[in-house]
Design a protein. Structure first.
Length: 584
RNA sequence: GGUCCUGUAGCUCAGUAGGAUAGAGCACCAGAUUCCUAAUCUGGGGGUCACAAGUUCGAAUCUUGUCAGGAUCACCA
């Protein structure tokens, strides 16, 4: 149940009446009417701006119009008080019974509480990570991985049918570089002194292992052959091995994709040629020369005749090249073919998760999707910004081109997958993120993961401890949902429930904005409220969860506590973090 | 030069389908432990929401301009 939806419906019914009675003009813009959860308890539980919005479409002042709406809403017995305040807000306070009734609903829904169906089962393809198969993942890749995974869960929760996809860029020239780097390590394994790894090749130690592996497998079979004799085999083998590394890294984070698509395979199947043909038919392709980019970076620019796609017809700044001067496909060409492939697999809704350095690429890709789907497909791109890995405030550099970079594996080993996942979601994906290895391991409220987990663990400990005082009570969620809710009378209890009532709305808004980090902030606040409530028991024994003299009160408090735990678990589930039962 | 992002408390940041007195954590100050994990909690000070106009009942939020910081910009991926 979504409380906000329900009340909004009540209001909408009244508004329709006002319109049909001619009090409000039928041209009224109803989309501007909202129902907000109030920040100030003096304003009730919810407030709506309906009267202020509608007064423009009627002869009445906001206050008078508000009074009419309020009077009619008063008929409903869900409402305790309805007041007009300020410039014309209608402040609504619900009867406590209404709030209390949420508890059994949460207990019965379990972590499915908050789910909705705004996606209506629509297929969504979310492509994320897509790290080039040239080495193990580093911490920056992890952000995309965690973000994409959480976004997927989020959209699933609101009723989309999500496919989690990984695009393997295994066709470009960087794979040649990888193969050459591997060949060098192979020769090293054979005992040759290779000296410094030349500029432009991958220096990472992980290729040593591969070189040695090839030596064990093939001996010196490749040693005296020319590059074009070994290149193909080394490419294939290297990609295979690098993807194995990456998959291991993903598994260590708990990130699982449903589909892996190989660029090389798509190109091999002629997907690029097909796209070309299709675009040609629509007259969206021509051979031409692009202008030099304006500004500073035009040094060294030379005019080039290339095969171009008319992306500027679809909102891009300039047309974009599909083939390089040497006749090879550009990455863009393959990417168009890939997105066409997604569309043909039934995905009208596509989301790509990229590094923020690819920002300049968004428009052209969206133009291409527009063109190849004739406007039926939509692509939205979420960009993940840099991760600054810190160690007690000191930056630790990571770069894929350098020999020693901080691998995801090292970080996961140091702090665990849950910490990585949670921290990655504590910032909007669009802005840089500091990831401090020290803070992440701290057992204090500096560490938001700890703080949230601690709340969950406290609730679990309640359920363990209560049996020592009341050995005979039944405390499954099902049992607790039968608790006597009338015993929830304090303001702080009702406030707690209101926060839980907000969860479905948080989920919905996060999903609409493609912003899973909002879940993390909500959980932090929910945990804060819980800790605060918990500590009230220090000064007022009446407010403890376990009250030895009152089994009935104890049970209803446990029901409340469990509801909080369920929502925490539900939120952590979106983030892919396992809720803990105790802090050890 | 184009495109885009960012600018909110001393620090790190929340807060966009416009809402009432702009929030949280850290740091600082003052408190709470016969008690379910004090690993926590309570209270306090701290603001020109970069600046300026505009839109309107109402702007941190929308529009335009300015300033500052950053990213990116033909064939790489």
């Amino acid at each position: 149940m979504n409380v906000i939806q329900k009340i909004l419906e009540f209001i909408q019914v009244e508004i329709k009446d006002l319109i049909s009675e001619g009090i409000v003009s039928s041209s009224a813009d109803l989309t501007k009417i909202n129902l907000d959860v109030t920040k100030d308890p003096a304003h009730g539980d919810f407030s709506t701006n309906a009267a202020m919005v509608l007064s423009k479409f009627s002869d009445m002042k906001p206050h008078d119009l508000g009074k009419i709406i309020a009077d009619r809403l008063k008929e409903k017995n869900e409402f305790k008080t309805i007041e007009i305040a300020g410039p014309g807000f209608i402040n609504i306070r619900l009867v406590r019974k209404f709030w209390r009734s949420l508890i059994p609903i949460i207990l019965k829904s379990g972590i499915g509480y908050g789910d909705s169906n705004i996606g209506k089962g629509q297929l969504v393809n979310i492509e994320y990570v897509s790290a080039n198969p040239t080495g193990p993942m580093h911490i920056g890749h992890a952000r995309g991985a965690v973000f994409g995974d959480a976004l997927s869960s989020l959209l699933e929760k609101v009723g989309y049918k999500v496919t989690r996809e990984y695009y393997i860029n295994d066709d470009g020239s960087q794979i040649d570089v990888l193969a050459r780097s591997t060949y060098l390590r192979y020769r090293e394994a054979l005992g040759e002194d290779i000296g410094e790894i030349p500029e432009g090749l991958y220096p990472g130690d992980y290729l040593k292992t591969l070189g040695e592996f090839i030596k064990r497998k093939d001996g010196d079979k490749w040693k005296n052959l020319s590059e074009n004799e070994w290149l193909g085999s080394f490419r294939k083998l290297a990609i295979q091995e690098m993807m194995a590394l990456i998959r291991e890294d993903l598994i260590s984070l708990g990130v699982v994709h449903n589909v892996f698509v190989s660029e090389a395979e798509l190109v091999g199947k002629g997907a690029n040629d097909e796209v070309l043909k299709e675009l040609k038919k629509d007259d969206l392709i021509y051979t031409g020369i692009l202008d030099a980019p304006k500004g500073k970076s035009s040094e060294g620019w030379e005019a080039r005749s290339q095969l171009l796609f008319r992306s500027s017809q679809f909102g891009d700044d300039v047309d974009r090249a599909l083939k390089k001067v040497d006749g090879e496909w550009t990455y863009f060409a393959s990417d168009i073919a890939y997105h066409r492939d997604k569309f043909r697999r039934g995905f009208n809704k596509m989301i790509d998760v990229w590094g923020a350095d690819h920002k300049g690429y968004v428009k052209r890709m969206q133009s291409a999707v527009d063109a190849i789907t004739k406007g039926e497909g939509s692509l939205s791109v979420s960009l993940c910004n840099l991760v600054n890995l810190l160690e007690d405030g000191k930056p630790s550099k990571m770069s894929k081109r350098e020999g020693s970079f901080v691998t995801l594996r090292d970080v996961v080993k140091a702090v665990g997958p849950d910490a990585v996942r949670f921290v990655m979601l504590t910032r909007n994906n669009d802005v840089p993120l500091d990831f401090d290895l020290k803070i992440v391991l701290e057992q204090s409220k500096d560490n938001p993961l700890f703080y949230v987990q601690y709340a969950h663990a406290r609730i679990c400990s309640l359920l363990r401890n209560v049996l020592e005082i009341f050995p005979d009570i039944a405390i499954s969620d099902d049992d607790l949902s039968g608790a006597d809710l009338n015993l929830l009378t304090s303001d702080s209890e009702i406030e707690m429930i209101k926060e839980l009532a907000n969860w479905p709305e948080v989920i919905k808004r996060s999903a609409k904005a493609n912003e899973p980090h909002r879940v993390a902030f909500y959980l932090y606040e929910l945990a804060a409220s819980f800790h605060s409530f918990w500590n009230k028991g220090n000064s007022e024994e009446e407010l403890r969860f376990i009250i030895p003299s009152r089994v009935d009160k104890t049970i209803v408090r446990l029901a409340l506590a469990r509801s909080v735990a369920i929502v925490i678990a539900s939120g952590l589930g979106v983030m892919g973090v396992k809720p803990v039962e105790e802090m050890r």
